[in-house]
Design a protein. Structure first.
Length: 152
């Protein structure tokens, strides 16, 4: 059986000799040959102006839902003309270890041709079930779509 492999790399250098409060959290992520500066979240003494792993997790879930929806819509011969998402992730401090317990995806999906609302809503759910990232997470993923250009 074959498997798909997805690779990234990262690099960090510095010193933790002065303890938890003093070391630099900034590091370089490389994905598909492109670098991205990242850090821990500001709440964990990182640089809030840089991407952090928790944001990247939410972005991965959002991106996967988009790509899955476009695929199922195309197979259903629906014309998606715009898709935007304002996603968020929640990580309660009371959990030990802490983890992202909930990701809310709020896609605003615009379609041409007035397809039936029930059909588009069903395809949003199918896309969620087909999303590789969602299937890989234990986090609850909530979909709150806004559909534009649909009938009913």
């Amino acid at each position: 059986m074959s498997a798909h492999t997805f690779t990234t790399s990262l690099g960090w250098s510095g010193s933790t000799a002065l303890g938890y409060d003093a070391y630099d959290r900034e590091h370089e992520l490389t994905v598909a040959g492109r670098g991205l500066r990242a850090s821990s979240a500001g709440a964990f003494l990182g640089d809030p102006s840089l991407a952090n792993p928790e944001q990247l997790l939410v972005a991965a879930a959002s991106s996967c839902q988009l790509l899955s929806f476009l695929a199922v819509a195309a197979r259903a011969r629906l014309d998606v003309t715009d898709y935007a998402d304002e996603a968020s992730g929640e990580m309660p401090e009371g959990n030990h270890p802490m983890w992202v317990t909930r990701i809310v995806l709020r896609p605003r999906i615009t379609l041409a041709g007035d397809p039936p609302r029930a059909k588009v809503e069903r395809l949003v759910e199918v896309a969620h079930r087909e999303c590789f990232v969602a299937a890989s997470l234990r986090s609850e993923i909530v979909l709150e779509p806004t559909l534009v250009g649909v009938a009913g």
